[in-house]
Design a protein around this ligand. Structure first.
Ligand code: AMP
Length: 537
């Protein structure tokens, strides 16, 4: 049958087949426990409210919100009436948020209570927004100067809990939208079709990827405003998993407590989140035995992190790779059947690689000579295509340089081994060119972070007359090692691991590494700081 895949149908499935399963959600004020039956009804009420407010098919429904059940309801209500869920990164600068809302032409904005003061300031610059909805538990709205402002719960009370999900939707129409957290230039918008989201959800359920299923208690720590929390809210709802949503301004303590209390089986986040959690686990004792997997992506996970999870805490660790443009899951690091007898260290090493391509996608790695050999040495840029890979940016000239001849050019430089296992060695702009040879900043960073005294490290290039560029390492030490570890200790530690020309020219001890709004090293800013420090700016 020619049968359309739609996001609304995913929630209907959960209502019908998993009515008793729960969504556990921390909001500003309290912990909520709702069943999918209740979440389904609330989603329907919200759809009727959106309809009454005049939201039509193709309109953009903006959210500035944390991971909560309300955000989950909007995930299904907006596409459920054929409008487009537009999640906005709350950590971007006000200028970028204004740009994004105006560029997307959002009609309505849902905003969490603690983000309201920001929106209150921005609204004079947002001419397309006709209504604001504050997501709060309280009866009364917090003080604000917004025009046409509604309380989420009041809207729901007046809504119709039998309102139908629109099934008559073209599966190739947009259900969601997200802007990339740009490190240079304006953010770029990506649309996700109903079909892409559904197929991507299936991909998350495959036994050889995240294997998300009904029996999971899933906690997406990755924000719902960052590539749809990597698609977990969609997949988990469809498959009837219990969802644990850590809510506003969560701490590593809250994450560890939730893992213990709700027996979380799978969780997903960026390396910075896991560094924080590991520190919490080191300092306080928790029962994490329920975890069957921790999914890490967004930037490269260092070996020390894989080892800590797998060897110290006995928690299986999975590296996944993707981007805003890829919905995002593209590769997944699960060892093959014949790799299972690797030693613990070999396993950990293998898992620092980003893994193999998820079925359904196609990849190609190219350099100036064409496709590179899969010899684990030659570096090239990764190109992707497939049913959940974007084919353009939303109304953006920059599409021309990223989407060429049916391939998405990721800007990620990788090597591939004979197993087809991919390793990210850098962003095209972050590789260091020294004496005509490439140095991978990521590999150096990972090696430095494997030193027990190191909390985190980032390597950037500085200009060099003789060699063109040379690497400089910025290192944050664990508190207990500060003043006890010298540059030479780190240098000696790296020496046997790399060719001489790869070794950083200097090691700067810093208090922190600047990060992007989604917790990645902000290399541009770090490079600027290093150049200033060395009087090279
Ligand atoms: P974003 O669009 O913010 O999700 O960023 C996507 C980019 O993050 C990719 O193009 C990669 O450069 C980087 N990235 C994502 N996952 C990984 C990973 N597992 N390891 C290394 N880099 C990653």
């Amino acid at each position: 049958m020619k049968y359309p895949l739609t996001v609304g149908a995913m929630m209907e499935h959960a209502e019908k087949f998993f009515p008793k399963k729960e969504v556990i959600s921390q909001t500003h004020d309290k912990l909520h426990r709702l069943t999918y039956k209740e979440v389904g009804k609330r989603t329907r009420r919200l759809m009727s409210a959106l309809d009454k407010l005049g939201i039509e098919q193709g309109d953009k429904v903006g959210t500035l919100a944390w991971n909560t059940h309300r955000h989950l309801e909007i995930y299904f209500a907006a596409p459920g009436i054929g409008s487009i869920l537009h999640t906005i990164n709350i950590r971007l600068s006000p200028e970028h948020i204004i740009y994004i809302i105006n560029h997307a032409e959002d009609k309505i904005i849902f905003v969490d209570k603690d983000i309201l003061p920001l929106v209150d300031k921005l609204h004079p610059h947002l001419p397309t927004v006709k209504a604001y909805v504050v997501m709060t538990d309280k009866e009364e709205l917090p003080e604000n100067s917004l025009p046409n402002v509604y309380s989420y719960e009041e809207l729901l009370q007046e809504g119709d809990e039998t309102y139908p999900f629109t099934r008559d939707i073209d599966e190739d129409s947009a259900a969601g939208m997200c802007y990339t957290s740009a490190t240079t230039g304006k953010p770029k918008g990506v649309l996700y079709t109903h079909r892409a989201i559904a197929l991507h959800s299936y991909a998350l359920g495959l036994a050889d990827t995240a294997a998300i299923s009904e029996s999971d208690v899933a906690m997406a720590v990755v924000p719902q405003f960052h590539v749809n929390a990597w698609g977990m809210p969609f997949a988990c709802t469809w498959f009837g998993s219990t969802q644990v949503m850590p809510g506003p301004r969560f701490t590593p303590k809250r994450l560890a407590t939730f893992i213990e209390e709700y027996k979380v089986t799978i969780s997903a986040g960026v390396p910075t989140i896991w560094l924080g959690l590991l520190k919490e686990l080191d300092e306080n004792s928790y029962d994490t035995s329920s975890l069957r997997g921790v999914l890490c992506g967004g930037s490269a996970a260092p070996l020390s992190m894989v080892r800590a999870f797998e060897q110290k805490y006995n928690i299986p660790f999975f590296h996944a790779y993707g981007a805003t443009e890829t919905t995002p899951l593209a590769t997944y690091s699960r060892l093959k059947s014949y790799q299972q007898d690797l030693s613990p260290d070999e396993r950990a090493n293998e898992k620092t690689r980003q893994g193999i391509l998820v079925p359904g996608l196609e990849m190609k790695v190219i350099d100036e000579n064409g496709e590179i050999p899969w010899d684990d040495e030659t570096m090239g840029e990764l190109l992707l295509k497939g049913p959940w890979i974007a084919d353009t940016y939303y109304k953006d000239e920059r599409s021309k340089t990223a989407f060429i001849d049916g391939w998405y050019h990721t800007g990620d430089v990788v090597t591939v081994d004979e197993e087809g296992t991919m390793k990210i060695v850098d962003r095209t702009g972050d590789l260091i060119k020294s004496g005509g040879e490439w140095i991978s900043s990521v590999e150096l960073e990972n090696a430095i972070m494997a030193h027990e005294a190191v909390f985190e490290a980032s390597v950037v290039a500085i200009p060099d007359e003789k060699w063109d560029e040379r690497p400089i390492a910025c290192v944050v030490l664990h508190d207990q090692y500060k003043d006890k570890v010298a540059k030479s200790d780190i240098a000696e530690y790296l020496k046997p691991q790399f060719a001489k020309f790869w070794l950083p020219d200097d090691y700067l001890f810093v208090d922190e590494i600047p990060k992007t709004s989604v917790g990645k090293f902000l290399k541009r800013e770090l490079r600027k700081q290093v150049l200033e420090h060395l009087n090279l700016a």
